[in-house]
Design a protein around this ligand. Structure first.
Ligand SMILES: [Zn+2]
Length: 341
């Protein structure tokens, strides 16, 4: 946090999401344990807040958190002072008239959302506004790119919000291809607020996306089935996002699956071999990156791509098991063979 504070440009504003241990795990019981988590997080954020670089803190509530005004009030009343908060509900029951005055009482902004669970209603409950563009359709979460038309349709709402508050924060929740940058700058352009520096960044972002077009992306892959977002989540934790992106860029024809069951996977990918054995929890592979994987316990792009090529249920089984206890798995090279580099 001290680094963010020190090395970010002077005018830079951060907004941060409150950890799930607060908004999910400990939310039910309003008490000392929840309060100490809140205090710990607030203390962490203090350097940014003191230097004026902290916009607001986002409370993203779990989808199962349903309308309960007295619980919400108890929660809002223990939030550390001196910070701005926005609350994002994900259950429709909160969309009723009695919710807004309570948020106003604590100057907590209702988070205006574009997402599948809630309608895109505008409610101003604080002296600032917070908009989150998650994406449209059933499965937007990981890789959504808004079209110009979709963003244009938001302009009337943005223009309604802006004059009623001091500050409007707008966020795009997608990260894999960097669509968020281009989308956010486009919104500013539509509002006529693009600075020359942002205009240059906008052109760079557009150029970058133009170049990045090629292999079928994550968005397409995720649309393929119900378990796919979960597989992506777990894989992303097991190999990191950039390696996962490289795995997705490998063409299907470069993978030759010889065995693909929940007990055993044998595959050839490009010039490399991969064997995964469930009983002995062993992954045997021979690319150069794998040398490092053995130490860092991060899957390489080949293992990632093979896992992405398995039938969905089988893939989910493997990925879940590895994720559950990575230390229990043996990452090894084929015996008696040097690893290709
Ligand atoms: Zn590899």
């Amino acid at each position: 946090m001290l680094g963010w504070n020190r090395f970010s440009p002077k005018e830079f504003i951060f907004c941060a999401k409150i950890p799930q241990i607060i908004t999910h795990d400990k939310l039910a019981e309003i008490g000392p344990s929840l309060e100490s988590e809140l205090d710990r997080f607030a203390e962490l954020m203090l350097p940014l807040n003191n230097s004026g670089k902290l916009g607001c803190l986002l409370l993203q509530m779990p989808p199962k958190y349903k309308y309960d005004l007295s619980h919400l009030e108890s929660f809002l009343s223990i939030l550390p002072h001196g910070f701005k908060y926005a609350i994002e509900f994900r259950h429709k029951s909160w969309l009723q008239d009695s919710t807004w005055p309570l948020l106003s009482k604590y100057n907590v902004a209702y988070t205006i959302v574009d997402e599948p669970l809630l309608p895109p209603e505008v409610h101003i409950t604080a002296d600032f506004a917070y908009i989150r563009w998650h994406g449209q359709g059933q499965r937007p979460w990981y890789d959504y790119h808004y079209t110009e038309e979709e963003l244009k349709s938001w302009m009337p709402k943005v223009k309604e919000i802006e004059p009623s508050v001091k500050t409007t924060y707008g966020y795009f929740n997608n990260h894999f291809h960097g669509y968020a940058v281009e989308n956010a700058l486009r919104i500013l352009q539509m509002m006529g607020k693009l600075t020359p520096a942002q205009g240059a960044a906008f052109n760079r972002a557009k150029g970058h996306l133009e170049k990045g077009k090629g292999p079928e992306g994550l968005g397409e892959w995720v649309k393929g089935g119900d378990d796919r977002p979960k597989i992506i989540d777990l894989l992303s934790a097991l190999m990191g996002e950039s390696r996962l992106a490289r795995a997705l860029a490998i063409h299907d024809e470069e993978v030759n699956l010889k065995t693909a069951t929940s007990e055993k996977v044998v595959a050839k990918i490009r010039d490399y071999n991969l064997t995964m054995d469930f009983e002995t929890r062993t992954i045997t592979h021979d690319c150069g990156d794998w040398e490092r994987s053995i130490e860092t316990r991060q899957l390489c792009k080949h293992v990632g791509k093979v896992l992405l090529s398995l039938p969905e249920k089988t893939a989910l089984g493997w990925v879940t098991q590895i994720h559950e206890d990575p230390e229990a798995w043996h990452f090894q090279k084929p015996i008696g063979k040097t690893v290709a580099t």
